[in-house]
Design a protein around this ligand. Structure first.
Ligand SMILES: Nc1ncnc2c1ncn2[C@@H]1O[C@H](COP(=O)(O)OP(=O)(O)OP(=O)(O)O)[C@@H](O)[C@H]1O
Ligand SMILES: [Mg+2]
Length: 337
């Protein structure tokens, strides 16, 4: 490898002080010339923010590579501004949290809806994206009234609300009682419609994203659309669920998402006859997932139905499980404190 290539490789491994992204990834080594006779290296480097203390410190790292590691006497650097990735229409204030599990039927949608409501009970503003395009269940869980598509003056979809939360779901774009039979590219567009073509209130504190079961395409699309999304992994205590939950967590980590933690749903049953805690679906699932992903168990939610039968999926604030969800919401808030 030539001297120039060696220096280039070392520079490309340096991290941008603001974004921690390696220079190689953002093509930030714009120019490099090496004059061995004059013992001089000339560089043009791009940083996400130029000037100030960070640039000075960064220059010291570059000098160490050029002068100490490669023995050149002279170094000239000029910095230019790295163009930021194009911003989407989203507000930077909003935190996105995607709920995943790998395995189906473990309670992702129930957790999404009840966590959203618990965050609201703690005074936050919350929206929900039902990203389970093949099997949307959020509108049913939250009893969203039948929706007539409405758009604002910018032609953006005005989402319907339930429990005072804006919600988008593929359900709203289906004909009654007909399954959705769209193919891949159209489904991809649907997700981007949810994110980009919807009139989201810029001041929302949280948008929760209910992911479909599996570890596939939708998670990848979410990564492309919301690279900064955080993840909650839901599992039941049984190894068959935790095994797949770990996989969905690994996938999220590969996609560079931050995993907030694990929720164990249907964790145990409080037997009303004798007050005993019974591990109907086994035990240890969440702990196993948390250990593998090196995160915490955020909540263990027992088996039980809501006290108020008006909505069979939403727990009242004072239900035992409602209190569990408040605890979970509190932990989520702490993660962002
Ligand atoms: N803690 C709980 N106690 C009792 N029933 C529960 C609990 N959590 C979820 N359920 C029930 O389990 C079923 C599956 O839950 P849910 O639809 O939320 O799972 P999911 O992971 O979103 O499923 P899918 O993979 O199909 O999207 C629902 O009938 C729901 O009401
Ligand atoms: Mg679901």
């Amino acid at each position: 490898m030539s001297k120039k290539d060696q220096i280039k490789a070392s520079l490309e491994a340096l991290l941008d002080p603001r974004t921690n992204q390696p220079l190689g990834e953002s093509n930030a080594v714009r120019h490099i010339s090496v004059d061995e006779e004059e013992s001089l290296v000339t560089l043009i480097l791009a940083l996400s923010e130029t000037g100030g203390r960070e640039e000075k410190e960064f220059t010291r790292q570059v000098a160490k590579i050029v002068k100490i590691e490669h023995g050149f006497k002279g170094l000239k650097i000029s910095y230019e501004q790295l163009k930021q990735a194009p911003k989407t229409a989203r507000a930077s204030h909003t935190k996105y949290i995607a709920i995943t599990s790998g395995k189906g039927g473990v309670g992702k949608s129930t957790v999404t809806a009840n966590l959203a409501i618990a965050l609201k009970r703690l005074g936050k503003t919350v929206g929900i994206i039902d990203a389970d395009i093949y099997g949307p269940s959020i509108p049913n869980i939250l009893q969203v009234p039948k929706y007539q598509l409405r758009v604002n003056e910018d032609n953006k979809i005005i989402p319907p609300t339930a429990y005072d939360m804006p919600i988008v779901s593929a359900e709203f774009f289906m004909e009654d009682d007909k399954p959705l039979m769209w193919r891949g590219p159209m489904l991809g567009r649907m997700l981007s419609t949810f994110f980009k073509e919807t009139a989201w209130d810029e001041n929302l504190d949280f948008v929760l994203i209910d992911l479909p079961p599996g570890t596939g395409d939708v998670a990848m699309d979410v990564q492309t659309l919301i690279p900064e999304a955080h993840i909650i992994v839901v599992t039941t205590p049984h190894p068959t669920a935790s095994h797949i939950a770990v996989k969905s967590g690994y996938m999220a980590q590969n996609l560079k998402h931050n995993i907030l933690g694990v929720v164990e749903n249907m964790s145990y049953f409080n037997n009303p006859a004798n007050g005993a805690r019974e591990d109907i679906f086994g035990s240890g699932g969440a702990e196993e997932v948390a250990k593998a992903l090196k995160v915490d168990v955020l909540a263990q939610i027992p088996i039980g139905q809501p006290g108020n039968r008006q909505n069979p999926s939403i727990y009242e604030m004072h239900d035992e499980i409602g209190v569990n969800y408040l605890g979970l919401a509190n932990k989520v808030l702490k993660e962002f404190a």
